[in-house]
Design a protein around this ligand. Structure first.
Ligand code: EPZ
Length: 432
C-alpha cells in the first residue's frame, strides 16, 4: 500500500487547479442508464471511485469511451462518453458495491428503465452505518416492490413507476438523487419534499434536464418532476468540486501560505468561506476562482456544526479540525450528519493536537506547533486532514493507507508539491 511522506513547515505559494466534483460525477454517471442515447460527461476527475463506478456500469452493459479534454479553462478534466443502448444485467454485485456505497445510485435508474434491479446492500463504512432505508421507502411509494434477501435489495415494478409525493424525514443526498432519477421516467408527477440542496444534486438535476427531463425547483428543498416517456443523450460538464476546493483552502491556511485555487466556485462553499474568514483567513474571488491568503495574521479558533447544504459540510469537518488544531484558542466542532466521523482525532493527537470528543462534539485547543509522526488514514476525508496536519507539522509525517485518499483526491502530492510542499508518494508493495 502506498504511503505519503511530508516534511512540514513550508508556506504554500502558487496555483492549485480544482477538478470536477467526485460526488457529482458519482450521480451523473448512473444517469446514463436512463436513456439509450450517449451521455458525454466532461471535467470528470480521475479518481478511484470514478473507475469503480465505470466498472459497475460496464457490467450492466454500458459502453464507454474516454478521451482527454483541453477545454474547461485548461484543466485536464476528461470526457467520458457513456451509452446504455442495451442493459444486459440488472444486478449490482456485492464485490463492486462493497467498494463504494454510491453504487446504490444505479437502483433508481435501473428500476425506471428496466422495471427491476438487484443491488447489493452497501453495508456500513468507517464513518457510520449509512443505511439506505429512505431510498427504499420512497421507491415503494412509487410502486416498487422491494425485498431484502441474502444481502441484496431485490426491487421490481410492473409497468412504469408511479409519481408520488415523497417527504424525506431527514435530508439524504443519495436518497434525493435516486428518487430524482427514478422520477424522470415515472408516470405522472413526483414531488420530493425536504430534498437535499447540495450542489451535486443540482448538477444531477441540470444534467437530467439536458437529457429531456422535466424538473422544477432545482437547488431548493422541493423538487417537482413530471415523468416523460424517454430521455435522450446529452453533453454535460461536471460541476467544480467544492470539497476539494475547501480542502486546498485549508492547506493554504494551515501553512500560512497564499494560493489561488483555479476552477473553484466561491458560490458553492459560502459556509466554508465564512468559517475560514472568521478564523482570520483572507479569501477573495478571482476571475479564475478564489485566492486564499493566511501569511500575515494569526488564526483564531471558531465553532462549527455540520449541517446539510447550505450549512457547513460534513465532508469538510476533518479538514477544519486540522486547521483548528493549529489556531490560537479553542474551537467546538459538532458533527450532526454521521455518527462516527471522528476517526481522524486519535491520529491528529499523535501529532500533538489537543482534542476532546464528547459524543457528537469535539473541543479542539490550538497548539503553537504540531509535530510530524507516522499516522494511519481511516477514511477519505480523515486522510486529507492528516495530510493537512503534516503540511504544518514540524518534522516528518508518514500517512499510511493512502488508498483512502486516492478515492477522492486527484494527484494530491503533485498539486501540493507544485506550491512548494515537501511531499512525496512512497510506492508500497501490493501485498502489504
Ligand atoms: C453523500 O453521501 C456523499 N457521498 C457523502 O460524501 C456526504 O458526506 C453525504 O452525502 C452528506 O453530505 C456521495 O455523494 C457519493 P446521505 P450519502 O444519504 O448520500 C442517513 C465523501 O467524503 N441516511 O445524505 O450516503 C445517513 O446514515 C462522502 O465524499 C439514512 O439514515 O449521504 C447519514 O447519517 C462521505 N437513511 C445521513 O442520513 C437513508 O436511507 C446523511 O446521509 C439515507 C441516509
Amino acid at each position: 500500500m502506498d504511503r505519503i511522506r511530508i516534511v512540514g513547515g513550508t508556506p504554500l505559494k502558487g496555483i492549485i487547479p480544482i477538478g470536477g466534483a467526485k460526488n457529482a460525477a458519482l450521480a451523473l454517471m448512473p444517469a446514463c442508464l436512463l436513456t439509450e442515447g450517449t451521455l458525454a460527461l466532461s471535467n470528470l476527475p480521475h479518481l478511484v471511485d470514478i473507475s469503480t463506478m465505470a466498472n459497475l456500469l460496464a457490467q450492466h452493459g454500458v459502453g464507454m469511451a474516454l478521451n482527454g479534454d483541453a477545454r474547461n479553462g485548461g484543466h485536464t478534466g476528461r470526457v467520458l462518453e457513456l451509452t446504455a443502448a442495451e442493459i444486459v444485467n440488472t444486478t449490482a454485485p456485492y464485490d463492486l458495491v462493497r467498494k463504494m456505497r454510491a453504487s446504490v445510485l444505479v437502483l433508481g435508474p435501473l428500476l425506471a428503465r428496466c422495471g427491476e434491479a438487484r443491488v447489493s446492500l452497501p453495508g456500513g463504512c468507517a464513518i457510520g452505518t449509512r443505511p439506505v432505508d429512505l431510498h427504499l421507502k420512497a421507491l415503494e411509494q412509487m410502486g416498487a416492490r422491494i425485498e431484502l434477501a441474502e444481502g441484496y435489495i431485490a426491487a421490481k415494478v410492473t409497468g412504469r413507476l408511479k409519481g408520488a409525493h415523497i417527504i424525506f424525514p431527514q435530508v439524504t443526498v443519495g436518497g434525493t438523487e435516486n428518487i430524482l432519477m427514478a422520477a424522470t421516467l415515472a408516470e405522472g408527477e413526483t414531488v420530493i419534499a425536504n430534498a437535499a440542496r447540495e450542489p451535486e444534486v443540482a448538477d444531477l438535476a441540470q444534467c437530467l434536464i439536458a437529457m429531456g427531463a422535466r424538473i422544477e425547483g432545482v437547488g431548493t428543498g422541493t423538487l417537482r418532476v413530471q415523468g416523460v416517456a424517454a430521455l435522450h443523450g446529452a453533453e454535460y460538464s461536471v460541476v467544480s468540486d467544492r470539497i476539494e476546493t475547501g480542502t486546498y483552502a485549508v492547506a493554504a491556511a494551515i501553512t500560512r501560505g497564499d494560493v489561488e485555487l483555479v476552477g473553484a466556485r466561491v458560490d458553492l462553499l459560502e459556509s466554508v468561506i465564512k468559517t475560514l474568514t472568521e478564523c482570520g483567513v483572507a479569501i477573495e474571488a478571482t476571475p479564475r476562482g478564489m485566492r486564499v491568503k493566511a501569511d500575515s495574521t494569526e488564526l483564531v479558533g471558531t465553532d462549527i456544526m455540520t449541517e446539510p447544504y447550505p450549512g457547513f459540510p460534513t465532508d469538510m469537518q476533518a479538514q477544519l479540525m486540522a486547521l483548528m488544531a493549529t489556531a490560537s484558542g479553542a474551537s467546538m466542532i459538532t458533527e450532526t450528519i454521521f455518527e462516527n466521523r471522528y476517526m481522524h482525532v486519535p491520529e491528529l493527537m499523535r501529532m500533538g493536537a489537543k482534542v476532546n470528543v464528547h459524543g457528537a462534539s469535539a473541543i479542539v485547543r490550538g497548539v503553537p506547533k504540531l509535530s510530524g509522526a507516522p499516522v494511519m488514514a481511516t477514511d477519505l476525508r480523515a486522510s486529507s486532514s492528516l495530510i493537512l496536519a503534516g503540511l504544518a507539522a514540524e518534522g516528518e509525517t508518514i500517512v499510511n493507507r493512502v488508498y483512502h485518499l486516492d478515492r477522492g483526491y486527484e494527484r494530491v502530492e503533485e498539486k501540493l508539491a507544485a506550491c512548494g510542499a515537501q511531499i512525496e508518494r512512497i510506492k508500497g508493495e501490493a501485498a502489504e
